[in-house]
Design a protein around this ligand. Structure first.
Ligand SMILES: *Cc1c(COP(=O)(O)O)cnc(C)c1O
Length: 372
């Protein structure tokens, strides 16, 4: 039996065509053509005026925070449940991350906890749309408005997610996306910075290009020390093709999530990614969470998946449980959910047999722990 992978990009004819074209022609005076096209197409897709293609989402986050002037003494509030990529740029800039608990309903940052964590040092709140689930953006944007603190969206996992007609990543001070091989659209590695703020856009553009201003006439004349977090033309060629297929790629993700839901949500002690009225869940990573009293643990799930030759991907560990941070077990949901949850495989080309294999592995667990 082949291994069922947890994720894998879908690369079609168009991706090959554009990549080959970039290889043949995308040099010299054409070396930015696909980058410019990808940035423009992303603006249209997201309905935002400014985008900067980057080498990664982590880089995009660091550029945005640096562009806002975040540094030592500043506090940034984010969810305790996050990939390390969301917090690393904060640390690199010398600022202090403040971890708050998640809501057990959508596994995203809990806005009332955010409000309690605000101090006179708070400079930003990062909303990570976990696994495609949307943060409560009305509540967060209200808090931002009330305290005059910018909301940043880490939308790395949320391409295709829509909050009341607005696409994830387009609602905050800035948003970031990832095109890592595990994400819904992929350029191998890559990311995107997006904003509606012209000044922040200018700062980030300059920072992303070694501190060289676009208006500067002299070649090799940086104004200050910046970063080199640019996407290559070759990656952007693949990105252009992927973005043309975005509707197809996202609807397949949503189809896989709803298939899992039909087959697996057999008890109210089993929860999967929610669908909230007036929103669309981009369904990046279907995830199953068992109730506290079921006795189902991460280890039981990981072992069962391994035995069936299915890629086992654990739910994110709470950041403060990692060796470099001070533990905050009072963030009870962030500390408890990963102990009884697992991400399920979902990629464009997975077959219904693959999905059935995942479901029958879980059904064996249901027999022992849920329907006993
Ligand atoms: C994948 C991911 C990132 C990092 O993306 P890279 O492109 O690998 O830097 C950041 N934040 C979240 C929430 C992610 O899922």
């Amino acid at each position: 039996m082949d291994k069922v992978l947890y994720s894998k990009p879908s690369m079609g004819e168009l991706e090959f065509e554009f990549a080959l074209d970039a290889l043949h022609n995308g040099w010299g005076s054409n070396c930015y053509d696909y980058i410019i096209e990808f940035e423009k197409a992303f603006c249209l897709h997201l309905d935002v005026p400014f985008t900067v293609a980057t080498s990664s989402c982590t880089g995009a986050l660091q550029l945005g925070l640096a562009g806002m002037g975040i540094g030592p003494g500043d506090e940034i509030i984010l969810a305790e449940t996050n990939w390390i990529a969301t917090v690393a740029p904060i640390i690199h800039l010398g600022a202090t991350p403040i971890f708050v608990d998640i809501d057990p309903f959508n596994w995203c940052i809990n806005p009332s906890m955010v409000e309690k964590a605000i101090t006179n040092k708070t400079r930003a709140i990062i909303a990570t749309h976990l696994y495609g689930n949307l943060c409560d953006m009305d509540y967060l944007l209200n808090i931002g408005h009330k305290y005059n603190i910018p909301i940043i969206e880490d939308a790395a996992q949320a391409i295709g997610s829509v909050w009341k007609g607005k696409k994830a990543g387009s609602m905050g001070k800035f948003g970031t996306f990832s095109f890592h091989g595990s994400k819904t659209i992929s350029t191998g590695e890559g990311g995107m910075f997006v904003t509606s703020d012209p000044d922040l856009f200018e700062s980030v553009l300059t920072l992303s290009n070694h501190g060289r201003c676009k208006k500067e006439k002299r070649q090799f004349w940086p104004k200050f020390i910046g970063y080199k977090f640019k996407m290559s033309n070759l990656q952007a060629a693949i990105g252009c093709a992927q973005l043309k297929r975005i509707d197809e790629l996202v609807s397949r993700k949503r189809e896989i999530l709803s298939t899992y839901r039909e087959k697996l949500c057999v008890s109210d002690r089993i929860k999967m990614n929610p669908d909230i009225p007036e929103t669309i869940n981009g369904a990046w990573m279907p995830t199953i969470v068992f109730g506290t009293k079921t006795g189902v643990s991460r280890e039981i799930l990981l072992n069962a998946f391994r035995a069936s030759n299915i890629d086992a991907r654990p739910f994110f560990y709470p950041l403060s449980s990692l060796p470099m941070f001070d533990k905050k077990p009072e963030n009870i949901h962030a500390w408890s959910i990963p102990d009884r949850a697992i991400n399920l495989p979902s990629y464009h080309d997975m077959t219904s047999q693959d999905i059935n294999r995942v479901c029958s592995t879980l059904n064996q667990i249901f027999k022992k722990f849920i329907n006993k």
